[in-house]
Ligand binder design. Structure first.
Ligand code: EPU
Length: 302
């Protein structure tokens, strides 16, 4: 969707929004799949309600993109614009043992920042790609750790009230790869409270997690992490592996030969290829195990 030549563009620019016309989502997502649209960079969070009012008044559909590491985007010209909060420097500060972090900050960078301040507990999250905002939204987790356990407060934009609000940690539900945030909430900042831990101990924990991840996950390939959620008490990766589907492909969309719940773009995969692969694997798992796999990766269609 192109808005840069419409009258609203000038009003958005006056609000401090930078408009990048015709950006390919393939360049902004870790799967490197997705069509093109205009991207709106919002640097001043306080202007969000006004920016959203403009978009709503003009009937311009929009989606919010964070790090792009857990999303599969449809091909071709997209029917919505992309909103994005660019990273601000430094984006993180420590106050009385509580980390105040921008949603646009890198998750791994935040774990390291906290470590340098002798605050630990999030070591398991070190290799999880993406932003703090994305991690919060889906309650990212790995190696027995999930980000929700450390959240003291979240500042967010709520579409329902068209205001920026602050929620206390106990006002938010964090479940397995799911939270009580509304789909159109936009994370702005978080206060994370981590227990005190010596830097050396945290670094040792980080090293162990990095090694485990390197040994089992295709880190150098284009993926969005695990494609399916694990069903209760089971591992999607193990089931897909047991069906000997590692390496199974549709065009350039392929089940990783390292971890079967990672579907990788092994070249120039289209969204249609990836959806076809997902569908076929889901059907085979259903036939063999009578289990319906739910997507963990979010699919953005037109
Ligand atoms: N397994 C196989 N074959 C495979 C993959 C896994 O047999 O191809 C077996 C493993 O040997 C192990 C079991 O399945 O016995 C579980 O594997 P793993 O430890 O890799 O964990 P997972 O359940 O597949 C989950 C998360 C990962 C997270 C790891 C480590 C989900 C959907 N996945 O994977 O998160 O990094 O645990 O904690 O919850 C993600 O969410 O995108 C993600 C990568």
């Amino acid at each position: 969707m192109r808005i840069s030549d419409k009258p609203i563009a000038k009003r958005l620019v006056d609000l401090g929004v930078e408009i990048r016309p015709g950006v390919a989502l393939a360049d902004l997502t870790s799967l490197a799949i997705g069509g093109a649209t205009d991207q709106l960079l919002i640097r001043n969070y306080d202007t969000l309600p006004e920016v959203m009012r403009e978009l709503r008044n003009e009937g311009i559909p929009h989606k919010f993109l964070g790090g792009g590491t857990n999303v599969l985007v449809t091909d071709g010209e997209l029917d919505w614009v992309i909103l994005h909060l660019p990273t601000r420097q430094p984006g993180m500060q420590m106050q009385d043992g509580v980390a105040l972090v921008d949603a646009a900050a890198d998750l791994g960078g935040t774990v390291t920042f906290c470590a340098k301040n002798d605050r630990g507990g999030m070591e398991g999250l070190i290799g999880v790609p993406g932003t703090i905002g994305g991690a919060l939204r889906m309650n990212a987790g790995a190696y027995g750790t999930q980000i929700g356990s450390f959240v003291r407060e979240v500042q967010l934009y709520r579409a329902a009230s068209n205001t920026n609000e602050t929620l206390k940690g106990d006002q938010i539900r964090f479940d397995y790869r799911h939270t009580s945030f509304a789909p159109d909430d936009i994370m702005l900042r978080v206060k994370l409270e981590l227990p005190a831990k010596p830097y050396k101990e945290i670094v040792a924990g980080i090293k162990v997690c990095n090694e485990k991840r390197r040994a089992s996950q295709p880190l150098n390939q284009k993926s969005a992490g695990c494609i399916f959620k694990n069903p209760p008490g089971a591992s999607a990766g193990r089931m897909i592996d047991e069906l000997k589907l590692k390496g199974f492909r549709v065009g350039d969309a392929m089940v990783s030969d390292r971890h079967a719940n990672f579907f990788v773009n092994a070249g120039q995969a289209s969204c249609a290829d990836m959806l076809n692969l997902i569908d076929q694997v889901r059907t085979k798992v259903h036939e063999a195990f009578k289990v319906d796999l739910d997507m963990e990766v979010i699919f953005w269609k037109n």
